[in-house]
Structure formats: C-alpha cells, structure tokens
Design a protein around this ligand. Sequence first.
Ligand SMILES: Nc1ncnc2c1ncn2[C@@H]1O[C@H](COP(=O)(O)OP(=O)(O)OP(=O)(O)O)[C@@H](O)[C@H]1O
Ligand SMILES: [Mg+2]
Length: 438
Amino acid sequence: MDEHEQPRTDPADRLTVTAAPSGDASEDPATSLLALPWERPLEDWPAEVLAALPRGISRHVVRFARMGAGVVAVKETTEELAFREYRLLRELEDRPSPSVVPVAVVTGRTREDGTALPAALVTRHLRFSLPYRAVFSERMERRTLVRLMDALALLLVELHLEGFFWGDVSLSNVLFRRDAGGFAAHLVDAETGELRERLSTGQREHDLDVARVNIGGELLDLHASGLADPDVDAIATPDLFVESYRQLWQQLTEPTVFPRGEPWRMDRRFRRLSELGFEVEEYSLRAADAPGMMVAQPTDVNSGYHRRSLERLTGLHVQENQARRLLVDIEAARRSWDPFMDMDHAAHRWVIEVFDPVVRSVPLELRAKLEPAEVMHQLLEHRWYLSEARGQAVPLDEAVDSYVETVLRARRDEDALAMHPTTTMLRAVPAPEADPEG
Ligand SMILES: Nc1ncnc2c1ncn2[C@@H]1O[C@H](COP(=O)(O)OP(=O)(O)OP(=O)(O)O)[C@@H](O)[C@H]1O
Ligand SMILES: [Mg+2]
C-alpha cells in the first residue's frame, strides 16, 4: 500500500457486484445483492438472510440466501474461478441443455477489519430441484434408478452436442427435477467445464470415465451412510448410465444409409429423433460407397423438441417429458372438442379450461409440494387410474379433488424441504404411500 493512502475500513468500499441488468430496476440483482452481509464469511451468515433448502455436498461453502422475492445459491471460491464459471453458465443459458442460471459474481469482499474474503458466485436457486441425496432418501426402486441414470445421460449428451466438455460429471454436480414420472437433470457445477466448437471422441470418453468413477464413489458413500437400498449396485449402476449415454448418442449421430430413390427413409429417421425429443437442425447428405445408396447424417441436433413445441403453443415453460405428456393431453382435448380445430386454438382453450383451473384448484398451502406441470401430469395419471377402476371416465373436477386429498397432501414439500445440510434429516421424511411414482 502507498504510505500516503489511508487504510480502508469500510467493507463496502471495494465490494463489486458483476451482473447482467434485469431490465427492471426495482428487481435488479446487483442492487438487491448489495443488501447481503458480504463482509462476513459465508459460513457465518445469519439465519435471517438464509433459506433452509436441501443442499448437496460440496467442497466450497455454499449457502442459499434470500434475494428480493427469490432465493439464490451463493458459492465462495476464488475470483478467477467465480468469473470462469459465471461466464460459462452465461453461455450455456442460451443453449437447450438445462443448467442453473448465473446471477452475479461478487468480488472485493473484506471483513470489517479490512482482511480479504473469497469471491462469490451467485446463481438462481433452481426451484423444485432435488440433490441426489434427497432423491435417494425415498424408497429407490430399480425403475427410479434407471430413470435417474437416463436423466444424467441425457444431460451429458445434450452438453456434448453443444461442445461442452464437463470434466467433472457426478451426481453431486447436477440437480434433479421431477419430470412426468422421470427426472430431468440440470447442470449445477460448471467449474471444470470448457465450451468448444465440437468435442472429440476422446474428450467425450474422458467425461464418461470420470462419470463412471464419480457415480460409483457417490453410491458407495450412500451405502456407507445407509441411504441407498442394498440392491442399488455401485458397480452396475454407473454402467447403466454409460449404456444409456452411448445408446442415445448413437441414435442421434449415426448415419442412415438408404437407396437413392427412398428419401422418406430419412424423414422417418428424423421423426424418430423428434419422438426422442430432438430436432435435426442440419444434416449432411452424400453418395454412399455402395452404388445407388445415399448416406444422411445429422450434423446439428437440438434437444427440447417437445419443450419448445409446448412453449410455442401455450407459453408454458416446462420440462421435456412434462411437455410431451401435456401435448398428448392437448391433442386428446382437441379431438374431443372438434377434430377440425387447429392445434393453436386447442392449446389456447386447453390452458384456459384445463390447465389454469387445475393449477388454481391446488390449495395455497399445498403449492410448494410440486411444480404445476408435475401436478398436471400426476393428476392425469390419477384420473386414468380412477377411470380404470370405475370402468368409466371420471370428470376432471372429481379427479382433481381426489388427487389433492389423497396424493398431493401426503407428499413432502419439494420446493421448500426444510432440512439440515447433513442428510440424516431426510431419512425422517417417510416416503408417501399414495405416491403413484412409488
Ligand atoms: N443454483 C442452485 N440451486 C440449487 N442448488 C444449488 C445451486 N447451486 C449450488 N447448489 C447446491 O450446492 C451444491 C454444491 O454446489 P457446487 O457443486 O457448485 O459446489 P462445489 O461442489 O463446492 O464445487 P466443486 O465441485 O468444484 O467442489 C450442489 O450440489 C447443489 O446441491
Ligand atoms: Mg460440486
């Protein structure tokens, strides 16, 4: 320090928040974040500013804090790493692969006595998300395990298609959200990632190797703390994940060889991909080695086909499987209203006459249990079971009442599962009996 310079004592002097403007000054993240006690180590933040939410294990100190009307995750790390991860997450924001949304980097933190504190990365708390330990605290059926591995494999395929090399694929670096009976995995920790034009096979294989080792280790940890069922195999489960990844990758990228005169074979292939939730944005077509044959190969594939279709039709922002499920329901409604009605019109009417009333009929005190699209999905399942049992279609209103009372009320709150960071409290929450997902 220059000898003429006065030592600074006000921690606010050097505090810098780097964030994108929100477009609404009253809710600007940089301004709202200044209200948090940055002059104290994250570990010592007072309960008034914190939100008690389930948190995975981490090397860094991570806390959930209230910011305006929302909740943010704050991670203490070095300035360099915080900016690196922030910029990567910002780039991923515009891509279809689901990841947590970055809010800001806070630097220049000092204590009252002037000593330096680590920088912090702030991300938006992902609502209704479950760390894997919370997912495992429920009775884990093999079916559920397979779905978890499929969700993680899908996320890695999506990221690899975007040219994202992760470097640290693991269960604790993702968050899971329920997605129409399955799960959707979201990337939460991008610290080791790199975004490239495209990935080599070697880079993808490296991520798979890392994933295999990490998932195996995490399952052994779960066994050691008594959280996983004995039949959750720490060796075979990572293989489930790798198989799921390879199968999907192959379906999305392998070439189709077909006779020159049968171009519809290509369309059929592309339609299969959209059923899987992927849209071919670009493909290459060339003559095959064999005479009279052609080779078509997708060169740019985007995930989120159903998600985007539903959003275009209804403005609803949901996850892929939920979107797939809701689109089926809109189509069924359309046919029952008028087989000649167009899909835009039907979707609009469905939101007003079906979706909104269902969401509104969930009593306020039960709204933290599940997100609306998942409620809608479960309700549709419930109505189907009721109708099966009765041998005739059960009206929507009746199904809603029955669902709310017998299924939803019995669930734990997943949006605000209050718990201790050690996972033991999770075990005290019994798996609800009437849960159609088991
Ligand atoms: N935006 C968020 N929403 C919900 N939970 C979050 C969010 N950010 C972090 N978490 C929780 O905090 C945990 C730790 O975060 P993260 O993995 O980024 O830190 P870390 O593990 O210390 O980093 P590293 O893996 O480099 O050591 C996550 O597993 C997750 O449970
Ligand atoms: Mg991590």
